[in-house]
Design a protein around this ligand. Structure first.
Ligand SMILES: Nc1ncnc2c1ncn2[C@@H]1O[C@H](COP(=O)(O)OP(=O)(O)OP(=O)(O)O)[C@@H](O)[C@H]1O
Ligand SMILES: [Mg+2]
Length: 249
């Protein structure tokens, strides 16, 4: 089967800065992938080229073999390319269930989804994300971490084929990240949604779950391998980790 997402020789420059340099990569259906790299290595630019905030200067972005390099960002959701924080701000005075149901109504299957169906979709995703006991709470009463979980639930309710999570774990404690990563690994496998998460300093959690890790360094992909292998790659250790693989486990 063809890859869900494929980048071919993608380059993106900002004036004289080469933010992405000839990047090739593939994401498979249902895969859970972590993108890591030091500050300024091109992670956000990579996400923005995939979600259409930027068009590549060179190369192509293919989604299910279709060239989407220049597809406007708002059209990408309807073909199954989702991202967290895609729907602006939660509706503070609406309940968690209502907020997640909005995702279901505007997802790739939104055309056929009525309010009742959307509520049912919302229920099941809320349960998956461990938010059941908050389902009738107003969104504004959630803790920051619970709000993040709700944002992810809303994005998942849209039934994306690929979900991009840009710094969705920032500000979480290690324990919360471990829990979220484990949850996402399960969601990716069972709901058949590929999840590409930008993960900052959470290598330990990611190693347990991710099928692979893509490491960027100065705009170049320097490693694309199963997590354990990536952690042991001398190039990665040198440029990014700054500690020995033993300490990572
Ligand atoms: N809009 C922009 N205009 C000019 N330069 C940019 C722009 N966006 C990114 N850059 C530059 O491109 C390079 C890659 O930046 P990018 O934000 O993609 O890195 P990053 O890996 O997300 O970094 P961080 O970990 O700090 O978020 C950097 O040198 C950055 O200064
Ligand atoms: Mg960034």
């Amino acid at each position: 089967m063809a890859a869900l997402l494929r980048l071919e020789n993608v380059s993106k420059r900002f004036g004289g800065i080469v933010a992405l340099n000839q990047v090739n990569m593939e994401i498979q259906y249902g895969e859970f992938v972590g993108i890591v790299g030091p500050n300024g290595s091109g992670k956000t630019t990579l996400f923005n080229v995939i979600n259409g905030v930027y068009f590549p200067d060179e190369g192509r972005v293919l989604f299910e073999d279709r060239d989407i390099s220049r597809l406007p960002t708002h059209r990408r959701a309807s073909i199954g390319l989702g991202r967290t924080f895609q729907i602006p701000r939660p509706f503070a005075s609406a309940t968690v269930r209502e907020n997640v149901a909005v995702g279901a109504m505007f997802g790739s299957r939104g055309k056929e989804t009525n309010v009742n169906e959307s509520m049912l979709v919302a229920e099941s995703i809320i349960e998956r994300m461990g938010l059941s006991r908050h389902r009738d709470k107003k969104a504004e009463l959630l803790t920051p971490v619970e709000k993040k979980l709700m944002e992810i639930a809303r994005a998942l309710a849209m039934k994306p084929k690929l979900l991009l999570m840009d710094e969705a774990m920032a500000g979480m404690h290690p324990g919360e990240i471990d829990r979220l990563v484990e949850l996402l690994g399960g969601v990716a496998a069972e709901e058949e949604v590929a999840i590409v998460a930008m993960v900052e300093h959470v290598m330990r959690a990611v190693v347990g779950m991710a099928q692979k890790i893509i490491v960027l360094h100065q705009g170049e992909k320097i490693c694309d391998a199963p997590a354990q292998e990536a952690l042991n790659d001398p190039k990665v250790i040198e440029c990014y980790l700054g500690y020995t693989p033993e300490e990572a486990s």
